[in-house]
Design a binder for this molecule. Structure first.
Ligand SMILES: [Mn+2]
Length: 278
């Protein structure tokens, strides 16, 4: 049995199947850790979701911003933008099945894996974890968002209030909607923040683009990190898989932007990649 962590797929179905062939992925014994953004921007979001749903028992998934956007589109709380490529998926006769599945997925996943003889606690999110959160706090916040998303009565309200860059930091005066928006932004959109956990969502691209007083979130001292912790995240293609931090791995290697899709075998750290096909 092996665990493979795979970066942002974003509808790149062909590359996903080629990558799974390369690692000899075996549904009777192997697990996939998928860091989210399974869909959108790429060519085959429908095929990706059909396939991943069919092997869902083999997958640990944390939701990304594009996955949440898909749910918001399916729920009719927002209209497609020009860059969305989700129409075919949204017209699938099985769309309700897929959306109900996605709504049950978390924003953080963790498990202990023995890697090169050492027990390590692997923790995966789509974008990141702010510096001030412990693992327990992060799991609690993930659960609150997940419960909001899967709630029959609250889901649409949550999705309508999910979009936006504010608030940028936690304080005791935030409404439930503001708090959930901030937590969702931490898990699914964060790139830069300051040491207090203030998030900055306007800047993208290279880490050297950090606004004054801000750094990539993973360059701060993180409360979640213990000696044997290893973090996995996606979302930030411009990093090209490089964090400069030994126990934090960036999985998004920009397949949808013409680069490659990457899988990392957690048991030995081996890296497998598949170039964008066309
Ligand atoms: Mn993303």
């Amino acid at each position: 049995m092996a665990n493979y962590a795979i970066g942002d797929i974003q509808g790149c179905y062909q590359e996903l199947t080629l990558l799974l062939d390369k690692i000899n992925f075996n549904t009777s014994k192997d697990k996939l850790w998928l860091c989210g953004d399974l869909v959108n921007r790429g060519p085959d979001s429908l095929k990706c979701i059909e396939f991943l749903y069919s092997i869902r028992e083999n997958c640990f998934i944390t939701l990304g911003n594009h996955d949440l956007h898909l749910v918001a589109l399916a729920e009719g709380v927002i209209k497609s933008s020009k860059t969305d490529t989700l129409d075919k998926l949204l017209r699938s006769p099985n769309i309700d099945l897929y959306i109900n599945w996605l709504k049950q997925l978390p924003f953080i996943h963790n498990d202990t894996i023995t890697s090169q003889g050492i027990k390590k606690e692997y923790i995966m999110t789509h974008a990141g974890i702010p510096p001030h959160w412990s693992l327990e706090e992060a799991k609690q916040h993930s659960l609150e968002i997940k419960n909001s998303l899967s709630s029959f009565n609250y889901c649409k309200h949550f999705l309508k209030n999910m979009y936006g860059n504010e608030p940028s930091i936690e304080n005791g005066d935030l409404s439930k909607e503001e708090r959930l928006r901030l937590y969702t932004n931490y898990f699914t959109r964060m790139r830069f923040c300051n040491e207090l956990g203030e998030i900055e969502l306007m800047h993208k691209g290279n880490p050297s683009n950090a606004p004054k007083g801000f750094k990539p979130w993973f360059k701060h001292e993180l409360a979640i990190m213990k000696r044997s912790t290893h973090l996995l995240f996606g979302h930030w293609a411009a990093l090209e898989g490089v964090t400069g931090v030994s126990n934090i791995t960036a999985l998004d290697t920009g397949c949808v932007w013409g680069k490659k899709l990457t899988a990392i075998k957690l048991e030995d750290g081996r890296v497998f990649s598949c170039n964008r096909v066309n």
